[in-house]
Design a protein around this ligand. Sequence first.
Ligand SMILES: Nc1ncnc2c1ncn2[C@@H]1O[C@H](COP(=O)(O)OP(=O)(O)OP(=O)(O)O)[C@@H](O)[C@H]1O
Ligand SMILES: O=C(O)[C@H](O)COP(=O)(O)O
Length: 395
Amino acid sequence: MNKKSIRDIDVKGKRVFCRVDFNVPMKDGVVGDETRIRAAIPTIQHLVENGAKVILASHLGRPKGEVVEELRLAPVARRLQELLGRDVAVANEAYGEAVKAQVDALAEGDVLVLENVRFYPGEEKNDSELAKQFAELADVYVNDAFGAAHRAHASTEGIAHHVPVAVSGLLMEKELDVLGKALSHPDRPFTAIIGGAKVKDKIGVIDNLLDKVDNLIIGGGLAYTFIKAQGHDVGKSLLEEDKIDLAKSFMEKAKKNDVNFYMPVDVLVADDFSNDANTKIVPIDQIPSDWEGLDCGPKSSEIYAEVIKNSKLVIWNGPMGVFELDTFANGTKSVAEALAQSQDTYSVIGGGDSAAAVEKFNLADKMSHISTGGGASLEFMEGKALPGVVALNDK
Ligand SMILES: Nc1ncnc2c1ncn2[C@@H]1O[C@H](COP(=O)(O)OP(=O)(O)OP(=O)(O)O)[C@@H](O)[C@H]1O
Ligand SMILES: O=C(O)[C@H](O)COP(=O)(O)O
C-alpha cells in the first residue's frame, strides 16, 4: 500500500483520533456479531502499547443526523472494554468542550470512545466545520474503518485535511493489501463468484472483474436476468427487465476476454417464499411460470465446486440463494464448503451477506480472508478509489 500506516509514525504521548467501523448489529442494547470490534483490536492495542492517548470514533446504524437512543455507542464500548481487558471511557458527545476535557484527562495508553458520529448532520455531509471540531481533539488521525472507507464523511475523510498526520490503521492496511493484491497480482486460476439479489448492484464489479479473472461464476437472484438473457422464462423469479441487455453484454465480454463464464444449469424453484414452500429442482429452461427460483440446483453446485477446487484464488461476493431460509441455503453452503475444503485456494469473502453466510455455516475460520467491508469491498472491487484512503498521507 502506498499510504502511511501507524507503523510508520511515533504516537507516544500523542492524542490519536482513530476512526473505526463499530457499525455492528445490536439487539436489545447488546452487541450481536462482534467481528468488527475484534477486527479493530490490533490497531487499538498497537496504539495503547506505544503510549498513544486513544480516541475512538465510529458510526452505528443510520441515525440521519439525530440522537437515536438505541444507537448510542456505550454498549459497544462496554464490549470493547471486555475484549481489551482494560478500562474504556465513554463520551456523551463526539466533540465539544466536555469531550476536550475528557481528552485532556487521558494518560498514555488510555482509551476513550466518542459518541456516534452520525448523531451530527455534518458527518455525512462531510461538513468542514465538524471535521475541524474532530481535528481539534487530535494530533494524529488514524483511519482503520475499512468498512466505511467508501464514504466521504467528516470523520472518514474531512478530518484528514485538518490534522498534520493522517495514516491508516492495521485493519485498513490488511484489507487493502489483500484485496489490492488479488486485483493487481492474482494467483491463477483466479475465480470470482458473484451472487446476491440484483444485477444493478453488481454492474461495476462484474464489469471490472471480467478484465481480471479466469472464471466468473454467477449465482443468486441476479442469475435469473442472465437466464432470461439466454432466452429462457424465469417464472416469478427475481428479474430486472432493463438489465437483460447488460447481462448479454457481460456474457459477450466474457467470451471476448477468454473468461470461462458459469451460471446455473439447474435451480431450486418454490411456489412460495418460505421454508415450507413446495419445491423442486428444474433445469434452467424449465422454470414453471408461477414458481420462483430461490437457490442454485445440485448440478450447478457441483460444477461451481469443481471450478473452486481448481482455482488458486477466489473472490466471493453475494450468496447463491436465499440462504437465510434453510430450504434455500444449499447452493450457498456448497460454495462455502468447497472453499473450506480447497486447501490450496486463497479465499477472499467480500463482506456483507457472504460473510454472514460463512458464519452461519460455521466455516468462517476456514476462509483465508473475510473482509469487514460490504459496500467498501464492493467499491474497491469495482476499481473505485476509496475517499477514506485517498485522504491519508502518502508513503
Ligand atoms: N434467487 C434469489 N431470489 C431472491 N433473493 C435472493 C436470491 N438469491 C439470493 N437472494 C438474496 O440476496 C440477498 C443478498 O443480496 P445482496 O446483493 O445484498 O448481497 P451482498 O452483495 O452479499 O450484500 P452486501 O452488499 O451486504 O455485501 C440475500 O438476502 C439473499 O436472500
Ligand atoms: O456496514 C457498513 O457497510 C459500513 O459500516 C458502512 O455503513 P453505511 O452503509 O451505513 O455507510
